[in-house]
Design a protein around this ligand. Structure first.
Ligand SMILES: [Fe+2]
Length: 324
């Protein structure tokens, strides 16, 4: 049985306001760079969930500088929550999310109670903490991340090691009529101000409600106790080490992989000589030499997190994986 804790005022409001501004500007830049021939509504429709556009905006936004500042503010709270004096490492799963009222993936999504299915967070098999930071006030009009009381874990059990969550979004949507009454009665919702955050462990079932009349803007990420990374699988260790060495470089490669040459080039031009790992720079050059770009009409829009960072394993993934 997990726990979720509301951290009040963990970040200065001015810092969160800065993040909000950066998030909006980043989204605006991506629109101008690749989508100015489309309407805002069309752009909003593809700037949701784990779409290529969402991932590009996230990788452009989540710089080393921003994450280091976040970690400084959070570390004491995380130690307290964990009951340890450990150092924490950033996990390579982070999402800047723009959730617009009235924008859904399907009719079923529109009908279901939840915007995001009830699930448990996993992080490459490494124990860690998820942190959800709204960049604007969260209330009934925006909806938000939610927890559930204990009964829900009977129908949505925590996955055992190596297992998957009971529901992905599509599975939840196909069962929504059965499980929604229970979810509605057991939901635990939070009102958050700029500067507040929610933190929870991998045993905590959670989901998200729908934005009703105002957009919701949030940034979520995970931090893992350093000792857990030392004991992780070689693949996970390599991944955590790479983003610890240079998150910016990894973001740049992810952008290049997704065909965002403009964003990737900007990131690469800001790297220090120490950050330019020759093997990874070669991979980046390979991706940059391809012709696909996110503005292409035939882009397939949802990315699974397991597709990301495969370049680190030496697989110079073809872009056809992303643009079908
Ligand atoms: Fe989650």
């Amino acid at each position: 049985m997990g726990q979720m804790r509301l951290l009040k005022g963990v970040f200065p409001q001015s810092f969160v306001e800065e993040l909000r501004h950066a998030a909006d500007k980043t989204s605006e830049d991506v629109y101008k760079d690749y989508f100015s021939n489309r309407t805002r509504e069309e752009f909003n429709g593809i700037h949701q969930k784990e779409s290529v556009v969402s991932r590009i905006v996230t990788f452009r936004f989540a710089s080393t500088a921003i994450l280091l500042r976040i970690k400084d503010y959070l570390a004491p709270q995380l130690r307290d929550f964990h009951g340890s004096r450990e150092d924490f490492m950033l996990c390579p799963l982070f999402y800047l999310r723009f959730c617009q009222p009235g924008v859904f993936l399907s009719k079923e999504h529109e009908k279901a109670f939840l915007y995001t299915e009830p699930h448990y967070d996993t992080a490459y098999g490494v124990f860690g903490f998820s942190i959800w930071v709204p960049l604007e006030e969260i209330n009934e009009s925006t909806g938000g991340l939610c927890g559930f009381s204990t009964h829900v874990s009977d129908v949505v059990p925590a996955p055992l090691k190596g297992e998957k969550n009971r529901y992905n979004l599509n599975e939840y949507l196909s069962k929504a009529h059965e499980v929604d009454p229970l979810l509605k009665s057991e939901i635990v919702q939070y009102a958050l101000k700029q500067g507040d955050a929610l933190v929870f462990d991998p045993q905590t079932v959670h989901g998200a409600t729908k934005p009703r009349s105002r957009r919701r803007l949030s940034f979520n990420f995970r931090f893992v106790p350093a000792s857990q990374v030392r004991n992780a699988s070689p693949t996970a260790k390599r991944l955590f080490d790479a983003i610890e060495k240079s998150l910016n470089l990894c973001n740049g490669i992810n952008l290049a992989w997704l065909g965002d040459r403009l964003g990737a080039s900007r990131v690469f031009s800001g790297l220090s000589p120490q950050e330019k790992d020759p093997r990874l720079m070669d991979i980046a050059a390979h991706f940059l030499s391809r012709s696909a770009a996110p503005g292409q009409a035939d882009a397939r829009w949802n990315l699974h997190w397991k597709q990301e960072y495969q370049w680190l394993a030496g697989e110079n993934q073809d872009v056809s994986n992303v643009y079908a």
